[in-house]
Design a protein around this ligand. Structure first.
Ligand SMILES: Cc1cc2nc3c(=O)[nH]c(=O)nc-3n(C[C@H](O)[C@H](O)[C@H](O)COP(=O)(O)OP(=O)(O)OC[C@H]3O[C@@H](n4cnc5c(N)ncnc54)[C@H](O)[C@@H]3O)c2cc1C
Length: 530
């Protein structure tokens, strides 16, 4: 039975206004009430809210429009089509792999569906240390609740796959707390291929929820349309100047588009938003643009189990542990989860090459992977990284690793090995260039303590990009205020994950949905009041 491509069907039957900029032959000027740059978690929710308020909304997206008919669980095609820099983005020194989406629907098209509210600790920290107003747990609860209902967020009711179950058993054996992860899915087939685009439309990404609703409300969508510069004049963002990209999604065709509106919402995500503002020479008297970009640095541990794990099948993430997240005695806190390990993603996580990669990948069906997501941005030795422009004007993240972060990574490796051995692993390898599989916990811990903590030797990655346009009421410290308004232009708003002053301490999508619902509702009300 063929699975209906609901986006395509609705686009046709509801006559949505969608333009593939690759097909345009001539320059265009487009006017609207609100321009939204980016169609991911922040942009999608903002588009729905602002179009529902009766405003003429135009969405601009540099990625392509790919829908369920395109999602065939082919990693090679998906990473090229759906990820920033073909999933090859890294930090400036190349030491940390960065996974970020680039398509209509943004990173929500490829994310793994884990849905957590912003922890109270984080919201309170923003108020106390970053001058953020109106984001107390009580303030935010109704917004999270509304988005949970909108996106069908619920604890995963199926049994966890063996990859997740190993984490659960490891926690239980060590008497660590663990819980089931809430997911934003409706009728999920438990395939496990969320990272290559959901082929059954079960994932409640922006591609099948808020973006379609905005289009139904009359919003326009331009894709393969890259915002190159925002033109500023007299404390206002005057226009957004865009480049049409060819069918390959990268090469400018030479056609330029100019978008003008009394209100502009920047929702291109972390790294890209500061990049656009820097390229545009946006006013920045206190040099805050791009600062405090946080990433939840991730390290990983592989375990050889005695039987098949098949970590490439089943809901990617369904169990987590926050046992080492909040009460850390000064150490860097981290969340324990597992990654899905389809062959290409598995090879990326492993990070070796040549014979060592081949030998490790031959074991893939029996391998269990555990990851630790470190909570950055909360300590004086963890202030996040800085986005700058490379020689071609593209944004690049300089992310320093301090002793404090290295110490956190080492502790996380100890903890992951403890969990894996306690769950019955035959051997465990902390992912590090010089490591191998160790047959006992004590051997593994001794190795972890002696492995050099160096960039390019320790395997590091992230899929959670946050900050760089942080919010706060003090413009010497922040880029936008607590309503998302840019401090130095009255009509420019930043509404997405780049607003967070620290990392979340949980997978960020629901935090972005809640923030976007709050800030775009405030903006809609303000525009309506005139
Ligand atoms: C593999 C993977 C798994 C993940 N799993 C989870 C998970 O399970 N749970 C969770 O909470 N989070 C997860 N995340 C992270 C989460 O999806 C993101 O944090 C979230 O989508 C970010 O939202 P955003 O609005 O800030 O940006 P995005 O969703 O990234 O949207 C930004 C959009 O803007 C576009 N854009 C950028 N610059 C421009 C420009 N100049 N012109 C036009 N368009 C532009 C981009 O192409 C992109 O489509 C995952 C991420 C990845 C990569």
């Amino acid at each position: 039975m063929a699975i209906p491509d609901i986006f395509k069907q609705r686009a046709q039957s509801e006559n949505w206004d969608i333009t593939d900029a690759a097909k345009l032959q001539t320059q265009q000027t487009i006017e609207a009430d609100v321009i939204i740059i980016g169609t991911g978690a922040g942009g999608g929710v903002s588009a729905e809210v602002l179009s529902q308020a009766g405003l003429k909304v135009v969405m601009i997206e540099e990625g392509g429009l790919f829908t369920s008919d395109n999602f065939n669980m082919d990693e090679l095609q998906a990473y090229g089509d759906l990820y920033q820099e073909g999933a090859g983005r890294t930090t400036k020194d190349g030491a940390i792999s960065i996974f970020q989406g680039r398509a209509v629907g943004g990173t929500t098209v490829v994310n793994w569906t884990s849905s957590f509210r912003t922890p109270n600790h984080t919201l309170n920290h923003w108020q106390q240390h970053h001058g953020v107003a109106g984001f107390s747990p009580e303030d935010m609860a109704p917004y999270f609740e509304q988005m949970e209902t909108r996106l069908n967020v619920a604890k995963w009711a199926m049994p966890p796959n063996a990859n997740n179950d190993t984490l659960k058993r490891g926690c239980e054996a060590n008497q660590w707390s663990w819980a089931v992860i809430p997911r934003n899915v409706a009728g999920c087939w438990d395939l496990g291929y969320c990272g290559t685009g959901c082929p059954t439309n079960a994932k409640q990404s922006m591609l099948v929820t808020t973006v379609p609703e905005a289009l139904k409300n009359g919003a326009k969508l331009f894709y393969r349309c890259s915002a190159d510069r925002i033109v500023f004049s007299d404390h206002k963002a005057e226009s957004v100047e865009c480049l049409a990209l060819a069918d390959d999604g990268k090469t400018p065709t030479g056609v330029r588009l100019s978008f003008k509106a009394p209100h502009i919402v920047l929702a291109g995500g972390a790294i890209n938003n500061p990049g656009l503002l820097l390229r545009s020479n946006a006013p920045d008297p206190h040099k805050r643009i791009g600062k405090r970009t946080t990433i939840h640095p991730v390290n990983a541990s592989l375990a050889k189990m005695g039987s098949a794990v098949n970590a490439f099948y089943g809901a990617p993430q369904s169990i987590y542990s926050d046992h080492f997240q909040w009460n850390t005695d000064g150490d860097m806190g981290f969340k324990l989860e597992v990654p899905p390990m389809q062959p290409a993603m598995g090879a990326q996580i492993v990070g070796f090459h040549g014979l060592k990669l081949t030998q490790t990948m031959e074991e893939l069906p029996n391998l269990q992977g555990t990851i630790a997501l470190l909570r950055d941005g909360f300590h004086e030795q963890s202030q996040g990284g800085t986005v700058e422009l490379d020689s071609g004007g593209k944004p690049i993240l300089d992310y320093p690793l301090t002793d404090y972060i290295w110490q956190g990574l080492r502790k996380a490796h100890h903890v992951m090995a403890e969990a894996q051995f306690a769950a019955g692993a035959n051997s465990v390898m902390p992912l590090h260039h010089d490591a191998t599989f160790y047959k006992s916990l004590s051997e593994c811990k001794t190795a972890i303590d002696s492995l050099p903590q160096e960039l390019h030797r320790q395997r590091l990655m992230t899929a959670h990009l946050m900050g760089g346009c942080i919010m706060g009421e003090d413009m010497r410290e922040s880029v936008i205020n607590s309503q998302g308004r840019f401090h130095h232009a009255d009509n420019l708003y930043v509404i997405d994950g780049s607003a967070f002053p620290t990392s979340i301490g949980a997978n960020p999508q629901l935090s972005i949905y809640g923030l976007a619902l709050k800030q775009s509702s405030q903006l809609a009300a303000k525009i309506k009041q005139g």
